[in-house]
Design a protein around this ligand. Structure first.
Ligand code: TXA
Ligand code: MG
Length: 354
């Protein structure tokens, strides 16, 4: 067991002394969780093989899933990648610092473990003063996956980080809740046309304004729709963002979704289950269940995104047996929200129009 230091800092103007303490830990091969504008990351010196191995271990993360490397300056890119294309230049000018991760062909100087032996590397510059100060003070690029145990919802506060990782990491810089609430968009620039591999904080619509040929990789919108009856059986469990409870997502047009949610709540209650609802302002007033949460208004997808992971974790504390979740439109941040909801539910999707 490690002693996990909690360093409270102001999110705009972080205390230099505390940043120095955290940076010293990173320089010595330690693990420090820190806030970004999306979710909290768990950082290690990206060029230190032992530190990166410790990072995988602390999270129980499989070694074949490389974390994102975080930089604090555009110039830091050159030592990590083979080439910065014209498209990369345009995208970084438009979106960095910000919630956009770019996949490049990597430089041979990057340790194999940092990139899980791939010949590519994922890099982003976060838009958060604490993250930027930590990277600068550490003097190295920082590998940072989301600071949760593998399979759990990503952490949007230092409390979430400690719930999963206390005793497993050296420190957490606590600057309060994160602003965006879902992770960065991952865009692969090594294929033509460039493909979004994970929808996130930078929207597809905004990316296409800069690079009109950007496409969605099929995994982004993948659903494995289940018939209503089958949705009740456990099915294959994809461990991603998973709450402790079983979860189903109800998809379709607003009116049908509402009646299908009611139907499911009744069905599960009838089975003696403690039922949680993850809905929106527009629906929760008309629904009855053991625990009811609204992610926000359907028309305020930024708020929905900000609440999503926090509320998935809250259901664990309330010990519900099953969560009935509502879908939102797949536009703007809604694309990332729906991708996370489907994964959290292990693709147990109920089509309300059926
Ligand atoms: O917002 C975020 O991106 C947060 C904060 C902490 O920056 N980080 C984050 O990291 O979500 P992580 O490790 O949980 O997710 C990294 C994603 C994974 O889906 C991983 O498979 C993908 O990026 N990835 C990393 N390297 C890749 C590569 N070379 N090619 C394709 N995908 C890659
Ligand atoms: Mg993650």
């Amino acid at each position: 067991m490690k002693k996990t230091l909690v360093l409270k800092v102001d999110s705009q103007r972080p205390d230099e002394e505390k940043i120095k303490i955290a940076a010293e830990l990173i320089k010595n091969g330690g693990l420090v969780a820190f806030p970004t504008e999306t979710v909290y990351g768990l950082g290690a010196n990206a060029l230190n093989v032992e530190a990166v191995l410790e990072l995988f271990k602390a999270k129980n993360r499989p070694l074949d899933n490389p974390p994102i490397v975080h930089v604090s300056d555009f110039k830091d890119l050159h030592a990590l990648v083979e080439e910065v294309s014209c498209a990369a230049q345009m995208l970084t000018e438009a979106f960095w610092p910000g919630p956009l991760t770019l996949i490049f062909k990597r430089s041979k100087d990057v340790p194999e473990v940092t990139v899980a032996c791939l010949d590519t590397i994922a890099i982003r510059m976060p838009r958060h003063n604490v993250a930027l100060a930590l990277i600068r003070e550490s003097g190295c690029p920082i590998s940072a996956p989301s600071a949760n145990l593998a399979g759990k919802p990503s952490p949007t506060s230092a409390e979430h980080v400690l719930d999963d990782l206390i005793g497993r990491i050296d420190a957490v810089l606590d600057a309060g809740p994160t602003h965006i609430g879902v992770e960065s968009t991952v865009l692969d620039l090594t294929v033509d046309p460039p493909q979004i591999l994970r929808p996130g904080g930078t929207t597809y619509e905004d990316l296409r304004k800069i690079l009109p040929k950007v496409e969605l990789n099929p995994v982004v919108t993948a659903d494995k729709a289940l018939a209503f009856e089958k949705a009740r059986s456990p099915g294959v469990k994809h461990k991603h963002y998973a709450p402790d409870a079983e979860m189903v997502v109800v998809e379709g047009d607003a009116e049908h979704v509402m009646s299908k949610m009611k139907e499911l709540i009744e069905l599960y209650s009838g089975e003696g289950k403690k039922v949680g609802v993850l809905g929106t302002d527009e629906t929760v007033r008309s629904l009855e269940a053991d625990v009811i949460k609204s992610m926000g208004s359907r028309t305020d997808l930024a708020r929905v995104a900000r609440n999503l992971f926090k509320q998935l974790r809250e259901f664990n504390v309330e010990h519900v047996d099953v969560i009935v979740a509502e879908s939102v439109l797949t536009e703007g941040l809604g694309l990332a929200v729906m991708n996370r909801l489907r994964k959290a539910a292990g693709y147990r999707i109920v089509k309300a129009s059926e």
